[in-house]
Design a protein around this ligand. Structure first.
Ligand code: SF4
Length: 336
């Protein structure tokens, strides 16, 4: 799908059709120490993130490692408890669901992990790995499960005889296909793709990205695509959010964000992305200093110690999350 098609399609989707709505999500991890393991401080991994995802859309989430994007994906799926905030999926409040309701909702929310080898049980055959969620969710007939697993293997580009093999017998790309097959087994609506191609060779990355794209079209999937590689995120996303120190700093359609970034941090990240056209020269913005500790983030705008445009207000007041163009949001005092 072309960039223009993707952007137009997203803009035409009515706002009330939101599959996922995240409101002010916060996740702090305690730092303990001393003889009594008292809480000495908190790591502010996710610090008030709000966004929505429409059905059939791919929302990309980018940022340097440690910015909180992976934690955000796990809290959204309730794999980690939230400190505060809400997530609704199809109108259901994910954090207030009882055990049985949550089990039902889990069918609709799946995850693909970065390291397909670590996420696959080495003692289980591929058939058992892909069939496990089917068994857990009530498909007790072994024959039915086998048939379903065969279908899923074909869908993700593997052969049916692969079901008798073990994860170590596969390449990285094939193992990621197994992970995708497992995620697809319950026909989910939402899949959180957590750095799904970061551990793969570049030549294999495009195969997996194309597979995810094909599956989205075939099954109407919705993706939250988390990655640190801006080129990969651009390739797959309809809209993109940029995270810094646990907060969203900018969010817009893929085309808008990559051609007209408003936040100084987004501008710096994009300045480091190679351009395929040798006639285009882009000035590289070198960020000063390291990413501050999420235990004690800077006051006001967390980016101010590294921002070349910082003014007095930046260290004093937290910038509002505001819409400066239609569907283009930014958290910066000075962005226009
Ligand atoms: Fe830079 Fe100030 Fe904008 Fe933060 S609010 S990104 S410090 S200009």
């Amino acid at each position: 799908m072309s960039v223009a098609e993707k952007t137009t399609e997203t803009a035409q989707t009515p706002d009330d059709e939101k599959l996922v709505v995240v409101d002010n999500l916060v996740k702090y991890f305690p730092v303990t120490g001393g003889v009594f393991s008292r809480v000495k401080a908190w790591v502010k991994a996710v610090d008030g993130v709000s966004l929505f995802i429409r059905p059939g859309e791919t929302v990309g989430l980018v940022g340097e490692s440690g910015c909180g994007k992976t934690t955000f994906g796990r809290v959204l799926l309730r794999l980690l408890p939230a400190t505060s905030g809400t997530v609704t999926m199809d109108g259901k409040d994910v954090f207030s669901l009882g055990r049985e309701e949550l089990r039902k909702l889990r069918r609709e929310m799946q995850i693909i992990f970065q390291d397909p080898y670590a996420s696959l049980n080495p003692r289980m055959t591929v058939g058992d790995i892909i069939g496990e969620p089917l068994l857990v969710h009530g498909m007790t007939s072994a024959k039915e499960r086998e048939q379903k697993v065969k279908e899923l293997l074909e869908v993700v580009g593997l052969a049916t005889y692969h079901m008798r093999r073990y994860p170590h017998e596969f390449s990285g790309g094939q193992r990621q296909r197994i992970g995708i097959g497992r995620a697809l087994a319950l026909r989910p609506k939402l899949i959180v793709c957590d750095e799904p191609v970061s551990a793969l060779d570049v030549s294999i990355q495009s195969q997996i990205l194309n597979l995810l794209d094909d599956l989205q079209k075939e099954f109407g999937l919705t993706y939250l695509f988390i990655a640190h590689d801006l080129s990969v995120v651009r390739h797959v996303s309809d809209r993109v959010g940029v995270m810094y120190l646990g907060r969203l700093v900018e969010m817009a359609s893929e085309q808008e964000l990559y051609t007209r970034p408003k936040h100084p941090y987004t501008q710096a990240l994009l300045s480091a992305v190679p351009v395929a056209d040798p006639t285009v020269r882009r000035e590289r913005i070198i960020l000063k200093g390291d990413v501050p500790s999420p235990v004690d983030p800077p006051s006001g705008c967390p980016f101010h110690p590294r921002c070349q445009y910082a003014e007095d207000i930046c260290s004093q007041e937290r910038p509002e999350w505001r819409e400066i163009e239609p569907l283009h949001y930014v958290a910066c005092h000075l962005a226009k």
